[in-house]
Design a protein around this ligand. Structure first.
Ligand code: SAM
Length: 251
């Protein structure tokens, strides 16, 4: 959520308002995202909870039902969001996300390019990592998926840190306007090798590129594309674990 001073920094140090998204926590494996609406109620096995009772309470509050049952109202942080979001695609989870943010060397102020957006699981964490002054430009060729991701980023409070574009990145590459400007590029695509040349062009000097693939054959082809396009030129291989190619550009 935006801080009241307008900084693009994620902060939940405030009270719950009408229209906010909250994570309703029953127990570790029973959580769901609920949009607060003053006239609505939440009904579960613990009873009926009036949303109007939630408004004005700090995130993290324990709230009671008509029967004395309780739930906690948690802030939609990226790690909780990843557990409750609607899966429109396969998604990345926190263990891999943490690894990627470290490998991509993402810090506040970074400009990050990503494709595909998918369900926006990774994007939400990328946005928090670049806040308050950086930006994530994420692309998916699936129009409806991109639109849903855009809505989710608004709801979870990272909308001002993310721009979602509809584009076939394997076919067209990233837009030329980002050429040489990206601190980090991340690919989670079925045929990432098709986007490698463009991704390399987008990187700043010392920028970092990661490509994530579930199959070793995809990783091999991606590494081959990196080697044949950039060997001896501007990009050096940092590491090659089973599912991830990571390269760093040194001009
Ligand atoms: C596995 S999902 C990405 C999941 C995402 N990393 C997450 O954590 O939610 C892969 C996405 O790539 C998109 N995609 C596939 N081919 C594409 C292409 N040529 N250009 C852009 N996006 C593409 C798909 O529509 C899909 O949404």
């Amino acid at each position: 959520m935006l801080c009241s001073d307008g900084e693009k920094k994620l902060s939940f140090c405030r009270s719950i308002k009408d229209g906010d998204l909250v994570i309703v926590y029953e127990k570790r494996d029973v959580m769901k995202a609920v949009k607060v609406c003053e006239a609505s109620v939440l009904q579960n096995r613990f009873g009926v909870f009036k949303h109007s009772d939630w408004i004005g309470k700090p995130f993290g509050s324990k709230v009671l039902s008509n029967k004395g049952g309780f739930v906690y109202l948690l802030a939609p942080t990226p790690e909780l969001w990843t557990l409750v979001l609607s899966h429109r695609t396969q998604i990345l989870y926190i263990a891999d996300i943490s690894f990627l943010i470290t490998y991509l060397e993402i810090v506040p102020g970074s400009l990050v390019l990503e494709s595909g957006t998918g369900s926006g699981s990774l994007t939400t964490s990328l946005a928090r990592a670049v806040a308050p002054t950086g930006h994530v430009y994420t692309f998916d060729f699936h129009q409806q998926r991109a639109a849903s991701a855009r809505e989710d980023f608004q709801s979870t409070g990272v909308g001002s840190l993310v721009t979602v574009g509809v584009r076939d990145i394997q076919g067209e590459g990233f837009p030329d306007e980002y050429s040489g400007l990206a601190d980090s590029v991340f690919l989670d695509l079925p045929q990432p090798w098709l986007a490698i040349l463009s991704a390399g062009k987008m990187l700043k000097q010392d920028g970092t590129l990661c490509s994530f693939s579930p199959c070793i054959e995809q990783v091999q082809r991606t590494c081959e594309a990196l080697k044949s396009n950039f060997r001896g030129k501007s990009i050096v291989l940092l590491s090659e674990p089973l599912w991830l190619c990571t390269y760093k550009k040194r001009v």
